[in-house]
Design a protein around this ligand. Structure first.
Ligand code: PLP
Length: 395
């Protein structure tokens, strides 16, 4: 008889967003026709930009034309896209070899798949509050998780210490959910720590395009020594509205080795065995993101989300409520008023002003008492939600 992967039994029974969907569903059943102002899940609301749409159409036509048609794509990514991504890094002063860039169907896929490179006996350090998939993907593989709680006092950016003994280290900067971004000195400490201890950093850069302050690192490979200790996972989901179109990329440097095994070679072996590459059409659309026109257009969309953030931050400033994020990230992480827990505040907002956010507890125990707003909603809904929030909390 087959034995299931028993580690699945260790997963918590309800995923955060599933639980939120259940609560909002129940509310709508009791209040049919009610409009909800959804600032919960981090999904984009703007359509793909024109440059991408044009490239997608052209690629569809290619697939209809003998001589321009593409069958299987190279497993690790089409050269035209790998070069375009390499150019994007080079413009920020990071030199990568084209074959160090692996095209993927998105960061979530990679965050799970990349774990195959590491022994199940390795431990994984997760700085909390954190994107829930880090913990769940490791639980599914039976890995020991070291939860490192972070706090307001340290700006939700904890630094390494000698007491930390972890094999894998997740760093997400800009952070989901707190919006906090490591500066160069802080990130350098993590890189030095990983090189000293032999750990590998999994650097999640899904929100790098939202960084607006000069001098903050967009990529871990801007730091000295990162090539011997880090893998970077990135995505066009939030940068360019690809949440439903699906495209990401992962950088595995050739110098990354442990115990005589080279992770770059292993990842090539993994990809060439386990995928047949990402669709030609989608890769063509993605390449358009990296053209000057694409870059200008995605920035216009990002600015719409930034205005949403500004609208919410203005209300929180006026109310004197503590928060972080919003500036270099599409999330605002606020302290719940009246000592409420995140779930209590969630219910209050849902029932009293029909605004949906995300309770901090969903990102780890230390998130209790905090609440996350996503700034990816429509400007109209965000404006109205901010107005309702001000009305509720001014009382
Ligand atoms: N990493 C972080 C920190 C995220 O917040 C998300 C999505 O919300 C992802 C990765 C997943 O991105 P993708 O859509 O590329 O799978």
């Amino acid at each position: 008889m087959v034995t299931p992967n028993l580690y699945y039994a260790d997963l918590k029974d309800s995923y955060l967003f599933y639980h939120i969907a259940q609560k909002t569903g129940a509310y709508l059943e009791q209040n049919p026709g009610a409009h909800l102002y959804r600032l919960g899940i981090g999904d984009v609301s703007l359509p793909l930009c024109d440059a991408v749409i044009k490239a997608l159409h052209e690629a569809v036509d290619d697939q209809a034309t003998a001589g321009r048609f593409h069958g299987y794509m190279p497993e690790c990514g089409a050269p035209f896209l790998r070069e375009a991504i390499g150019g994007y890094y080079a413009r920020r002063g990071v030199q990568l070899l084209t074959d160090e860039i692996f095209v993927s169907s998105g960061a979530s896929d990679e965050l799970g798949d990349i774990l195959h490179l590491f022994d199940r006996k390795n431990s994984a350090l997760v700085i909390e509050p954190a994107y829930p998939a880090y913990v769940d993907a490791n639980i599914m593989e039976g890995r020991k998780i070291i939860h490192l709680p972070s706090s307001e006092a340290e700006g939700f950016l904890p630094l390494p210490s000698e007491h930390i003994e972890a094999d894998l280290i997740y760093l997400c900067s800009p952070n989901n959910p707190t919006g906090a971004v490591f500066n160069r000195d802080q990130l350098q400490l993590w890189v030095d720590h990983a090189n000293r201890t032999g750990a590998v950093i999994l650097f999640d850069a899904a929100y790098e395009a939202f960084i607006e302050e000069d001098g903050l690192p967009h990529s871990i490979f801007e730091l000295e020594g990162a090539r011997t200790c880090a893998i970077e996972i990135c995505s066009l989901s939030k940068t360019a509205g690809f949440t439903g179109t699906r495209l990401g990329y992962t950088v595995v440097p050739k110098e990354l080795e442990r115990q005589g095994m080279n992770f770059h070679d292993m990842w090539v072996r993994n990809r060439t065995t386990k995928t047949n590459g990402v669709s030609y059409i989608i890769q063509k659309g993605a390449a358009a993101v990296f053209t000057p026109e694409g870059q200008r257009q995605i920035q216009e969309n990002i600015q719409v989300y930034k205005k949403n953030a500004a609208c919410l931050m203005e209300v929180l400033d006026e109310l004197g409520i503590w928060y972080c994020g919003g500036k270099n990230a599409p999330y605002i992480w606020m302290k719940c008023p009246d000592h409420q827990t995140g779930w209590e505040f969630f219910d209050r907002l849902l029932h009293e002003i029909q605004v949906v956010g995300t309770p901090g507890e969903g990102f780890g125990a230390c998130g209790e008492g905090y609440f996350r707003f996503s700034t990816f909603g429509s400007p109209e809904d965000t404006k109205e939600a901010a107005h309702r929030l001000a009305g509720l909390l001014r009382k």
